[in-house]
Every structure is written in structure tokens, then in C-alpha cells.
Write a protein that binds this ligand. Sequence first.
Ligand code: UD1
Ligand code: MG
Length: 451
Amino acid sequence: MSERIAAIILAAGMGTRMKSALPKVLHPVAGKSMLEWVLDAVVDINAEPIVVVTSPAHKFVREVASKRAVVTVQDSPLGTGHAVLSTANELEDWCSCGGTVLVCFGDTPMISSHSLSNLIIARKKIDNPAVVVLGFEPEDPALYGRLLFAPDGTLERIIEVRDATPRVLSIKKCNGGAMAIDASVMFDMLRQINDKTNNFYLTDLVRIARLAGRYCDVVNCNPVETQGVDSRIGLARAENAMQVRLRALAMDGGVTMNAPDTVFLSHDTKLAQDVTVGPHVVFGLKVVVEQGAQIYAFSHLENAHVNVGASIGPYARLRSGTRIGASAHIGNFVEVKNAEIESSVKANHLSYIGDARVGSAANIGAGAITCNYDGINKQYTNIGAESFIGSNAVLIAPLMIGDGAVIGAGSAVTSNVNNDELLVVRGKSKTIPGWGKRLRKRHVINKKTKD
Ligand code: UD1
Ligand code: MG
């Protein structure tokens, strides 16, 4: 059977419990919006077309969704069944040629393409089920619709909590939300949904399909996948679940983490084999760490590339636009921003390197900094290879320091330094023998006079 799969992502709910100016489905989980996670999952299983159902109030959701999908607006939020019906303009012709329509929720970022393809596989079974539902058994079934089975084990009904008797509420098997529907009958069935006081349940399709003599099926998934986000607490739970997944993927890929529960990854973090990540490391967006590099405890990285064998932290901060060369060392309380740090550089303690290049094997002493901002513009510092920047040097950009140059500790450098030159900027030192002793004596006399 040829693959005809369309996907609908429901995202027209108001998400009021999030108490946010940002529409719910645009809240990020591991740095990517919930909607994008679901879009990725349906793209993964080659669904085409993809239609996102949005609310008239959420222009921003339409902007995001329209980059990757067809967007439709559900005029008023009259329930999940009504939301799917509101794709008629976009999908009814497509459906008349058969296939499967996959319905997912925009607020379940953990849904996996694996479970979605299980739904599709079950839909294509020889007995041609009209609806296949993603079922799961949560620890607390709470507000989930309950799955009722016929004596032959096939799915008979989904009963929403609002309509459930105590006996139904005791059922553990729940509706996870996603379903695969026979496209050829979907719109006919949608038009038969009973109106429950301005709420059209998508879940009513099971009853309707059974009445038409069709059978319905269930495939099971891990409860974590169906976790919907309705509040900030739900968002934190989803973040936590996603982190567990991302850490496991990183470790499966050959990354060592001594305390994985304390490491935070972004959806696009790329950690190569034999990278070691210490406790309490945070990876913001766009970080690549190459083979064998070590990221020590309490480091924070974003939009940074760390080359083979480099060592970062503990307590280092790599900000946007940073490239760290092979075997370079960036130590504690060193901040690097928009800078190219070449191979084997050492900047081990208390430095700020911003808008700069540091040539290979240069040494940046403790406390040395680039002054890259003159109050109006950012200025560039170019530090030559194998140069030595003494402790507490202040490099006032724009500035060029030649290869092999040496800058004396404490120097405030305002003009270029040639290759291999020594530059020291420092007040002349002066010693006065016995001065300390005389000072203390004077203090004692003064004190006695006062007393
Ligand atoms: C739904 C299911 C329930 C299932 C649960 C799983 C129905 C009737 N019930 O309930 O069986 O156990 O999900 O999480 O389907 N939406 C719209 N337009 C609307 C209403 C909702 O687009 O008019 C979207 C929401 O944005 C959300 C999704 O549909 O993405 C689900 O809506 P929600 O209100 O969360 O459904 P539940 O009551 O949780
Ligand atoms: Mg919900």
C-alpha cells in the first residue's frame, strides 16, 4: 500500500493556564518550541501535507507554523473534533483519495515519531481499522479520556472524564490524544460527532466508526510521550522528560557524564564521542563539542564550537560566536565571547576575551582582559601566536599584538605591539626602607594622645 499520510496538529487551544503572553505551543522545551517538536515528529514519518490548526488570536503561532506547514484557523475553540473538522478546506479533497490522517496535539512535545509510525502501521493492517488511538497507562489517569474495550478486545468507545461513571473512571487505560484515522471516511464521521454543549469531541469518532460497522484499534506508548503541557508545572515536567531523553541519547553516542541529572542540553547540542561533561554544565543553543574535549563542572556554553581535545572550565562561560581550537585550555572564571581561540592556547584563570582572535599556543595570564567596548562600539583585539599576556593586563581594543610578543603583568595596553616585542606599562616602583615601622609607631602615639 502506498504511503498516503496527512498530519493535523491541533494548536488552537487558548492555553490560559500557562498565564503567558506567549502562546502555549511556542513555549520552548530544550530550546525548541513544543510545536516544532511535534512538527519534527510528523515530518520524520513523511507526513505530507501537514496542517496546523490555530486560534484567530495567535498570529505568532501562524507565522511559526506557516514556515513548515499549511495553517488553518479554527474560528472558536469548540473542541478537538471541531478543530479537526476545520481543516476541511485544506484536506477534504486529499482525503477523498484515501490514506491516513494522523492527528497530534501541539502541546505534547515528547511524542515520538516511533509511536506515530506505530499508529500508521496499525492503521494499515489487513482489517483496515477506521481509527487507531495512541493508548497509555499513566500513574494518575486524572483528566484523560478512558478507553473501553469490547469483549473481543477491540476498542469500543472513548469516554471523557466529564461523562464518566465511577466504573469508567476506574479504568486505567487512557487516550493519549494522537490518532490515525481512515482518511476516506474521516470528514463523514466528523460531521456526525455529537455536540456536547458546544464541545465536539474527536474521541467520539470511535463510537461513530463502530456504529458504521468498522473496527478501531489501540497502540500503546510510554506515558512520558503523551504528557501534555497545560501549565508552567507541566512545562517543567516536559523539560525534565526531554532532558532525560537528550542525556540518554548523548551517552548512547559515547559521551561520559558523571552526573547526568545535572547537565542541561539543547535540542541541537552536538557532543562527539569521548567528550566528558562534568556536573552542572549547561548547553545553550548551537553548541558543538568535538571528540575528546572535556567540559568541567559549572560551565555554561552557547553558540560555541569546541574543538578536539580542548578543556573547558570548571566555571567557564563560552558565549555566542566562540570557537575554541584543538587542545586549548579555558579555565575557571574565564568568559569568551565572539572570539577565535586557536589551538593550544591557555587562558586558565579569571579572564574576559571578547571580539578577539588569540593565536595558537598563546598564554593569557590570570586576570588579563580585552576591553572590547569603548562605550559606543565593539572593537577587535588580535593576539599573535605564542605571545604571552601577563596577569592583569588590560588590552584596550582596537589592538594588534604580534606573534611571540610579551606583555608585562598589569599593563594597560593601548597601542600595537610588534612580533617578539616586550611591552610593560607600569608605574616606576619605589622602596623606602623602615617606612612601615615608622608608620606603626606614629599610629601608637596618635592613639595614646586621643585616649
Ligand atoms: C484530550 C482528549 C482526551 C485525551 C487527552 C490527552 C478529546 C475530547 N479528549 O483531552 O481523551 O485523554 O486529550 O491529552 O479529544 N484544541 C484545539 N481546538 C479546540 C480544543 C482543543 O485546537 O477547540 C487543541 C489544544 O490546543 C490541544 C489539543 O487540542 O493541543 C487537546 O486539547 P485539550 O483541551 O488539551 O484536550 P483534553 O481535554 O486534554
Ligand atoms: Mg490536554
